[in-house]
Design a protein around this ligand. Structure first.
Ligand code: SAH
Length: 462
């Protein structure tokens, strides 16, 4: 037989917790946050419970359990480590028709406390009926990652306008469409972006409008991280779950793409060398067309969209064309590759600063402040440097960076095929050639790079 699920309104009702230890403390906290009047019965209490007694937040019933403690309570939780006592509490409660929960003893419990995902006023409760609480916990984790935190404020907003929404759309199908718009459209986005006033204004406008609000397209510029799907942010994962269409770079790894909604359309807009400019314009046009068609577009980029990712240009373009956008940061290659090679980018006594550089193209090399970069005790993280390693090294040496400055090159960082090649600056071009480094690869130059020798923990060493 399954359990009958229920959510209880305990506001102002007396509830008894038997036991004064850490479990009782947890149970008390949950009951207090539901507004119950908690009485804790036990010979002694934890310091935290004692403090709540002193602050008049809870009442203490001292001494051993007495059935009279149950006199006017609505619920009881037995949270002692004495099995016989817990069973006695449960039996007394049963006799008085008071629902009892015995912690970790479903057979003795009339009610059970579910695992919970809290997006108040939205609450998800999970129970296995005591069969396997660990499984309930796993399900909770999954839901916890999946359910947007903005669902709380959205539900609260819907609650406040519920009557008006029903009056405005008496027809159920239309009302459902409105709630879909609320959940998928600009109101939810604004709440997520910490703009509750604007969210409310947009909701009010929609209530006053003649036509039902249609869903407007928008673009999320999302950082996919360096490759390991574990390095995606929750926000990026949720975006992938919601996308109608995903425009991704070739750098974005297959395991990351595999996390996307199955029926989302995928377009590989990976840019190859040559004709770069037209390609970027084509991407802009695609973003525009897809958003104007009312779709939720995820523009998925390797690493972080704003670090050598041309995310800035795309943002400006979207802004010029009045398309709503959001930016979801990602773990950029320098940060990720350094971590996965055991190289701290800054380190006391070894590096005071980090420079993120791109070694792509002669102009960018010419534009660099070489005298500054050549100084010691700073870390250089060089993106897209593979083709111009010789020139890069030569200039650094010419400007006085020590020839024995350590370096590491991380190829396919964070992926199972990650490779780390290390050495000192003067041997850099020869080493890179010898090991046939292929993109994507990131170069780190600086005193800290020596630490890769001892602290490698991921993948193989080159
Ligand atoms: N926006 C990206 C960078 C794009 S430029 C970010 O923030 O990471 C592309 C360059 O990033 C590559 O040429 C390489 O130098 C670096 N890169 C990206 N992913 C990488 C990876 N998994 N391993 C090593 N380098 C990587």
């Amino acid at each position: 037989m399954g359990l009958y699920p229920l959510f209880a309104d305990l506001t102002g009702l007396p509830v008894l917790v038997v036991g004064g230890g850490h479990v009782a403390e947890r149970k008390t906290a949950a009951l207090l946050s539901a507004g119950a009047k908690v009485r804790v019965g036990a010979p002694s209490l934890t310091p935290a419970l004692m403090q709540q007694v002193e602050e008049n937040k809870i009442e203490h019933l001292p001494g051993a359990f007495q059935p009279a403690w149950l006199d006017d309570v609505w619920l009881v939780i037995a949270a002692t480590d004495d099995h016989a006592l817990n069973a006695d509490v449960a039996a007394n409660a049963e006799a008085r028709r008071i629902l009892a929960n015995v912690v970790d003893a479903p057979a003795l419990s009339r009610f059970q406390v579910p695992a919970m995902v809290d997006r108040t006023p939205l609450t998800v409760a999970i129970s296995t009926g005591g069969a396997a609480p660990v499984i309930a916990r796993r399900v909770r984790e999954t839901l916890e990652t999946e359910l947007d935190h903005a669902l709380g404020p959205l539900t609260a907003l819907a609650q406040r306008y519920r009557t008006r929404i029903t009056q405005r759309w008496p027809d159920l199908a239309e009302r459902r469409a409105f709630y879909d718009w609320l959940h998928d459209g600009p109101v939810m986005n604004l709440l997520r972006n910490a703009r509750p006033d604007e969210a409310e204004r947009v909701l009010l406008e929609a209530l006053d409008a003649k036509e039902p609000a249609s869903r407007k397209g928008s673009v999320l510029l999302v950082g996919a991280g360096p490759g390991d799907p574990g390095l995606l942010t929750l926000r990026a994962l949720r975006a992938l779950n919601q996308a109608d269409v995903i425009l991704h770079d070739s750098l974005v790894s297959e395991p990351v793409l595999a996390l996307a909604r199955r029926d989302a359309e995928r377009i590989d807009v990976g840019k190859r060398c040559g004709g770069r400019h037209t390609q970027q314009e084509q991407i802009h046009q695609l973003l525009l067309e897809q958003a104007q068609a009312g779709r939720l577009v995820v523009r998925l980029k390797g690493g972080d969209p704003f670090v050598f990712g041309r995310g800035g240009e795309e943002m400006e373009f979207l802004h010029q064309h009045g398309i709503a956008f959001e930016i979801v940061p990602g773990v950029t290659a320098a940060v990720a590759c350094a971590a996965y090679a055991g190289v701290p980018l800054t380190h006391r006594g070894h590096a005071r600063s980090v420079h993120l550089l791109t070694g792509h193209g002669k102009e960018s090399l010419d534009a660099m402040d070489w005298p500054a970069l050549a100084q010691d005790h700073q870390t250089l993280a060089v993106y897209m440097g593979v083709a111009r390693l010789d020139e890069f090294t030569q200039r650094l040496l010419e400007h006085g960076r020590r020839p024995d400055t350590p370096f590491v090159i991380i190829e396919n960082g964070t992926l199972p095929q990650q490779r780390v090649v290390r050495g000192v600056l003067q041997e850099l071009p020869a080493h890179a050639k010898e090991h046939a480094i292929h993109p994507p690869a990131l170069l780190i130059v600086g005193e800290v790079a020596a630490m890769a020798n001892e602290h490698a923990w991921f993948g193989r060493l080159g």
